[in-house]
Design a protein around this ligand. Structure first.
Ligand code: ATP
Ligand code: MG
Length: 362
């Protein structure tokens, strides 16, 4: 059998810096006999500088072939003046669109060593480990009609929330599959009390649930969900919701746990021939131009994104846990990049020192 294949797209700003640390982790697995066919390519501003486009057709084709794509970050002030059609972000949007990545997975996981760091009480977040599945390719951000129109003597801004049964069905299936791999508990959030799309959402999710009788399914109005997420997040395990609510809820959930430098994500599409979904993994953070090139970036979000790839694309759940445990160990030992500094008197380590510490812990 051939090795699992991974396309690495470091991108811009701190992207290449954090990706260099992921490379160390990948190399460590190589010495242990778990070898990946890694190829690397340009995306975002880096691709624009080299090719005049934020994503070449060749890179796009490669992304469609591999078992998983791991992306750093795109964008930066240097590219703000570019025409919209060649902006770095367009490279990422094209990847998401052409790979048809409709399920966005955002974990909110709290490492004990950072529990004091949250704005919430320690017992609310300590040990927290939940996952939000956000529908990513439809809903109000894409629905037609949209636009600003003249009506009488004023203007009207219009967006349309629109979901087809099949769009709800496929993201619900992703969420149920995930729930099966975790704690068999899924909460679906919408506003069926005031939105027709919410009524259909609840119906279709309930129907899909019949194929997953082992999963305990519950429904909650998204506003109540937001409140419960802040009040006692540990009541949840997997949450599935639409594009708009998921945008808000996943950002809120993420911040339960601390720094942007800690948060991984996965975007999944339809199952491929090998049964695993098409997948793109990336840290939640952006290119962080304010700290780029200074060795200050926290590589943990990107390393944890690779851990998600191990779990969801490469069937290496135990190895994914190994990476997560290594991160936990390093944090428990008090190793901190600058973004994680809470206590006084602790000297921050560099991006590279954090990567080395994690490899050592592995
Ligand atoms: P984008 O538009 O790409 O989302 P952004 O400006 O909204 O970018 P980030 O680039 O993620 O957001 O940066 C937001 C802030 O968080 C910055 O001050 C940045 O320095 C900090 N930050 C982001 N990622 C990291 C990281 N990995 N390590 C340390 N600090 C980070
Ligand atoms: Mg941002």
């Amino acid at each position: 059998m051939s090795n699992p294949s991974l396309l690495i797209l470091p991108g811009d700003g701190i992207g290449p810096e954090v990706m260099a640390e992921v490379r160390k982790v990948i190399d460590w697995f190589g010495t242990r006999g778990l070898t990946f066919d890694v190829s690397e390519d340009l995306v975002g501003g880096a691709a624009y500088d080299a090719h005049g486009t934020p994503l070449t057709d060749a890179t796009m084709a490669k992304a469609q072939e591999v078992d998983a794509v791991l992306l750093g970050a795109v964008g930066g002030p240097k590219y703000d003046v570019l025409d919209f059609s060649v902006k770095p972000e367009r490279g990422l949007l094209r990847l998401r669109k052409e790979m048809d990545l409709y399920a966005n997975l955002r974990p909110a996981q709290c490492f004990d060593a950072l529990a004091d760091f949250s704005s919430l009480k320690k017992d609310v977040v300590a040990g927290l480990d939940i996952m939000i599945v956000r529908e990513l390719t439809s809903g109000i951000y894409f629905g037609e009609p949209r636009g600003i129109i003249e009506e009488g003597n004023e203007r009207v801004g219009i967006n349309t929330q629109r979901y087809t049964e099949s769009e709800i069905d496929r993201v619900a299936r992703s969420a149920f599959e995930l729930a099966m791999r975790r704690n068999k508990k899924l909460c679906s959030m919408e506003k069926a009390n005031v939105m027709e799309s919410g009524v259909l959402w609840r119906e279709v999710v309930t129907e899909v649930g019949k194929d997953y009788p082992e999963v305990a399914l519950s429904h909650m109005y998204a506003d109540a969900g937001a409140m419960q997420l802040c009040r006692w997040p540990k009541q949840f395990d997997v949450i599935v919701t639409d594009n708009l609510f998921g945008d808000l809820l996943s950002d809120a959930a993420a911040m339960l746990t601390g720094s942007l430098g800690m948060l991984p994500s996965a975007s999944l599409g339809a199952p491929m021939a090998n049964g695993r979904p098409k997948a793109l993994y990336e840290p939640v953070h952006g290119s962080a131009p304010d700290i780029a090139g200074q060795g200050k970036a926290n590589p943990i979000a990107c390393i944890l994104s690779f851990a998600m790839a191990l779990r969801y694309s490469f069937d290496q759940g135990d190895e994914a846990t190994r990476v997560e445990k290594a991160v936990e160990k390093v944090l428990a030992d008090g190793v901190r990049t600058a973004d994680l500094l809470g206590e006084e008197g602790v000297t921050p380590v560099s991006t590279s020192e954090m990567g080395d510490a994690i490899v050592k812990a592995l």
